[in-house]
Design a protein around this ligand. Structure first.
Ligand code: 5RP
Length: 263
């Protein structure tokens, strides 16, 4: 792997091999998502605890202070909104040149395995990896499931993650599922997990992160379960404790409730 690409990736996946990415790119197809209506307000208190943030260029430009110096994972695919039945009709909507100009640490694109536009999304990924390799920019492939959340089983996600890696993605974002270790085993690049829709309790989301790490995920790229929590800062601190300090969900829950970090 070229030095520049490794260096960018190392800003996201930290020296312990793990990462807490804060996902806030939802507006690119969902519009003003609950609790992300004013991105700057949502993001600012969380930035000190995020190893990277995943956002669109619109949010980078309008809502992230350049001096915050937080690594940016730039969402560069899009083209369908939640009002469309088929969410898979995406293209690359932000150029590699723009990603470099914004000093992104990686670019992210969704692939839609088994969906109407599977082929286009995979060709998009291949091209993006070629362009990324030219300038030293890592590519994160997101194994999107559209509206069909029931697709999130190890067989489907294993297939999607492996294909993403075969196309050259440098890391992959997917969903946690039963038998997640099988998804990890058959994917030769690092995996991070999304949180998905807000779970009933904070402990449920902490459990998800804990199980994912136990089964080999390199970290999380979590959004709604952090910023839709009643205590977003406590929640991201709890997730950090699980990902970077091997805390248990119960220990992490103390942080969500306002306790002090371990050590
Ligand atoms: C949308 C995305 C989101 O970033 C992803 O869903 C992560 O956020 P959450 O934890 O809220 O699910 O990639 O395609």
């Amino acid at each position: 792997m070229p030095w520049g690409l490794q260096n960018r990736l190392a800003r996201i996946i930290r020296s312990d091999g793990h990462t807490v990415m804060l996902a806030a790119d939802h507006g690119y197809f969902l519009g003003p998502t609950h609790k992300l209506e004013i991105p700057r307000k949502t993001l600012e208190p969380l930035l000190p605890f995020a190893d990277a943030i995943m956002v669109t260029r619109g949010v980078v430009r309008t809502s992230v202070d350049p001096a915050a110096n937080v690594p940016i994972v730039l969402r560069v695919s899009g083209g369908a909104s939640v009002l469309n039945e088929d969410l898979s009709n995406e293209k690359v909507t932000t150029s590699m040149k723009e990603a470099v100009r914004l000093n992104a640490s990686a670019v992210a694109l969704s692939i839609f395995i088994g969906a109407a536009h599977e082929h286009d999304s995979l060709v998009n990924l291949g091209k993006l990896v070629d362009e990324g390799e030219e300038v030293g920019m890592p590519v994160l492939a997101v194994t999107a499931v559209g509206k069909e959340l029931e697709k999130r089983d190890a067989r489907y996600l294993g297939l999607a993650c492996r294909i993403a890696a075969e196309f050259g993605a440098h890391f992959v974002k997917t969903y946690f599922c039963e038998d997640f270790s099988k998804v990890v085993e058959s994917c030769p690049v690092p995996l991070v997990v999304a949180g998905g829709p807000k779970l009933e309790t904070e402990l449920d989301a902490l459990d998800l992160a804990y199980e994912a790490i136990q089964e080999g995920a390199r970290g999380v790229d979590m959004g709604r379960n952090i910023w839709q929590s009643s205590n977003p800062v406590g929640m991201i601190r709890g997730i950090r404790a699980i990902v970077h300090e091997r805390s248990t969900p119960k220990e992490a829950l103390d942080l969500v409730k306002g306790g002090k970090p371990k050590k």
